[in-house]
Design a protein around this ligand. Sequence first.
Ligand code: SF4
Length: 345
Amino acid sequence: MVKIAYFDASVETPEEIILAAEMVPVRLFGNPTIGIDKANEHVPPNHCVWARNILEQAIEGLDNDIKGVITTHGCDCTNREFDIWLECLNLEFLFFLNAPLKRGNSALNFFIEDIKELIVQMEENFKVEITAEKLRISIKKMNQVRCLLKEISHFRSKMILKGSEFHALVKEVQQQDKNEMINKLEKKLEALKHSDPFSNSNLKKILLTGSVIDDTELVEFLESLGFQIVIDDLCIGTKYFWNKVDETEEPIKAMAEYHLKKPIYSTKFPSYERFEILKNLAETYRVDGVINIANKFCEPILYTHPYFNKKFKEIGIPYLFVEIEYNRESYNQLKTRFEAFIEII
Ligand code: SF4
């Protein structure tokens, strides 16, 4: 089956359009086990390490079934990198979807027009028809995925499902056929309903936020130190499924509204709105602490960290910020910082 990949730091690509074109949406993830050499020939080494990693993979060659890539404006790194993709990659279809930073009516209209342009270009390029009816069916399917993930997500705070297992599941959903995943999620949910909580009751309950954290091994590493991610504010997490698209609204408008109305993500501003989201999650889930992880050179996270640090101190919720290299060797180097954090919470 034809696949369309999306390079997206904030999961604002309407996968429904790809599904309506009878193709499989595949989110691109980094690979922390590779070096970044070829990408460094095109982008300065102080450009976000995660975005460079994906460029490296793209230059090496993506999966043969991937016939096109949609880059969606998450942060300025992804935006600027699109121009480089245009120059140095030979893909049949490349589209930049300009997901707006603002949230008002003009932003909504702007986003609607850009989504329409994406549909027109996909129809022309792939000789497919993306009708309103097909979009409605896809919206229903994606809403089913979202509802199942949201229900499963709660088992993390019930201390029944490991944060790492959930993280791996969300990643799989973002890359695999949605019908197969609905099947898998339904079975998982049923199994969880009959599972017991963990025997270790000393785990520290954490709200995890930050950049694109797409290496499940990092979450496993945190667990090995005694943390349990009970809730997150990640694009491989709640940002992907917390809300639903309105099924009664005209489909293109509904998809645009869904993305602009969902809780503001870490790549976007303003910081005070982001803080309110994190504060509510931290209080609702009664976490022991908040961990904010930035990929090296991730400007949006670096920008918001001092403000979060100050605000979490004010409300007395322990907060830890770490910046990581995008490779697994660096995790161990941070071990003492995580251990020190666990000591104080
Ligand atoms: S990790 Fe940060 S800088 Fe890099 S693409 Fe994501 S949001 Fe942008």
